[in-house]
Design a protein around this ligand. Structure first.
Ligand SMILES: *[C@@H]1O[C@H](CO)[C@@H](O)[C@H](O)[C@H]1NC(C)=O
Ligand SMILES: *[C@@H]1O[C@H](CO)[C@@H](O)[C@H](O)[C@H]1NC(C)=O
Ligand SMILES: *[C@@H]1O[C@H](CO)[C@@H](O)[C@H](O)[C@H]1NC(C)=O
Ligand SMILES: *[C@@H]1O[C@H](CO)[C@@H](O)[C@H](O)[C@H]1NC(C)=O
Ligand SMILES: *[C@@H]1O[C@H](CO)[C@@H](O)[C@H](O)[C@H]1NC(C)=O
Ligand SMILES: *[C@@H]1O[C@H](CO)[C@@H](O)[C@H](O)[C@H]1NC(C)=O
Length: 368
């Protein structure tokens, strides 16, 4: 067996050695280079997804005396004889036209060059296949949901694997879909604002498929008063002072008259706070109730206050008309509902007696 020295492609050398072992290549034949080399055929790329099966086909003819399939320099099959211990490899077809082996459950390590060597009467011939294994993308690492204060520099990351290397992009999904934010693994949001809060989606995609994961960014900020109005109410009426504050986390409310804190249930006053709205309700406004009220909204990041005046009106004026109107409408509705109920009960009563009469009549008729 000749000594073989290969610097550029050592696998070729090993293939030749293996083939010589199989007597597919005459021992004396040198490893050739140039156009006459059996290795200089156009290489076919064969693409397969991880986990799938692939058939490696090789065309043969009647001139063929011996043949083999090799994985790099390792013989998988020589004719009908299986040389590899790998259970995933099997012979699929061996006739006078085709010599095909099959690899089940293809893995990334299987990627590489596979050689079909054919010995004919005159000289050996090889067909080389480049097996390329593709792997769907998987997001391996993604930042957890975060809660930060407004103004913070936020950086989130999404790391994915796959073959070919997946392309990673970030999108701001909600509350308003804002399109692509970043076309790389890291998403940097310097000096974050309220508007930057929401759900972000990381998508990793390659030719095989796409993997998607989401991250929520909560941006905390101190309250600001978004709505509060003065109110004119006549003595003896019901009045509601409303104060609305936007904050994350949701604000807690406190009410003051001058510098005294007001508590719910005190002097016929009720405080109801839900979400961003707090209502100070006077069930029956009296002279002493008129004055300058303060609404304070606070969370862990700070507080905001506003003043609301509860003032006296005798007649509904244009500014208080809405409030007065809703109140009187309510009373009107209540009155109407009461009246309707009365009518209804009368109506129902007469209906019942009419029905009873009918039943009696029918019974009487049946008796005859
Ligand atoms: C096979 O794939 C390689 C890259 O992996 C590429 O350079 C080559 O052109 C491809 N060959 C054919 C025949 O498609
Ligand atoms: C091909 O060879 C590589 C490297 O030796 C090995 O990891 C892989 O399992 C082999 N695949 C088959 C199908 O023989
Ligand atoms: C955010 O980054 C900028 C520039 O890198 C820096 O000047 C600033 O202090 C950082 N802010 C915070 C809250 O870390
Ligand atoms: C409101 O208060 C006044 C004086 O305290 C009282 O006379 C009146 O009956 C009250 N009205 C209601 C609806 O409770
Ligand atoms: C109500 O009180 C606040 C301070 O508590 C003050 O700034 C504001 O001017 C007062 N409003 C009126 C109309 O007096
Ligand atoms: C409201 O915020 C101010 C600073 O903006 C702070 O000095 C004050 O103590 C806060 N008041 C309350 C009741 O948290």
């Amino acid at each position: 067996m000749g000594v073989c020295v290969c610097f550029v492609t050592p696998w070729r050398c090993l293939v030749v050695l293996s083939l010589r072992l199989l007597f597919l290549v005459p021992a004396g034949a040198p490893v050739q280079s140039g156009d006459t080399s059996p290795f200089n055929r156009v290489m076919d790329n064969l693409t397969v997804r991880q986990g799938d099966s692939i058939a490696l086909r090789c065309a043969i003819d009647n001139q063929m005396t011996r043949t083999a399939w090799l994985n790099r320099s390792t013989i998988l099959y020589a004719g009908r004889d299986k040389w590899t211990l790998d259970e995933r490899v099997s012979l699929q077809l061996y006739n006078n036209r085709e010599y095909t082996i099959k690899i089940n459950n293809v893995q990334v390590q299987d990627e590489g060059l596979y050689t079909c060597a054919v010995q004919t009467n005159l000289h050996p011939r090889t067909t080389i296949v480049h097996l390329i294994v593709q792997v769907p993308p998987t997001i391996m690492t993604i930042s957890p949901d975060v809660s930060v204060n407004e103004g913070a520099n936020v950086s989130i990351v999404c790391l994915a694997t796959g073959k070919p290397e997946p392309v990673v992009t970030w999108r701001h999904l909600s509350p308003i879909a804002q399109g692509f934010m970043s076309e790389e693994e890291y998403l940097e949001i310097p000096s974050i604002t309220k508007q930057d809060a929401g759900v972000y989606e990381c998508s990793a995609s390659n030719e095989v498929s796409t993997d998607i994961k989401k991250v929520q960014i909560i941006v905390n900020f101190p309250p600001y008063i978004s709505d509060a109005k003065n109110l004119g109410v006549a003595v003896g009426q019901k009045g509601i002072l409303r104060c609305e504050a936007i904050a994350v986390p949701t604000a807690a409310f406190e009410w003051y008259i001058e510098d005294r804190r007001i508590f719910s249930g005190f002097n016929g006053i009720q405080i109801q706070s839900k979400g961003r709205l707090s209502m100070l309700t006077f069930l029956n406004v009296s002279e002493e109730d008129y004055g300058n009220y303060t609404c304070m909204a606070s969370n862990k990041l700070g507080n905001a206050t506003t003043s609301l005046i509860l003032y006296e009106t005798n007649e509904p004026t244009s500014s208080t008309l809405v409030q007065e109107k809703t109140t009187s409408t309510k009373y009107a509705i209540l009155r109407d509902v009461g009246a309707a109920q009365d009518v209804k009960s009368v109506g129902a009563g007469s209906q019942a007696s009419a029905c009873l009469l009918l039943v009696l009549c029918v019974q009487l008729l049946l008796k005859f």
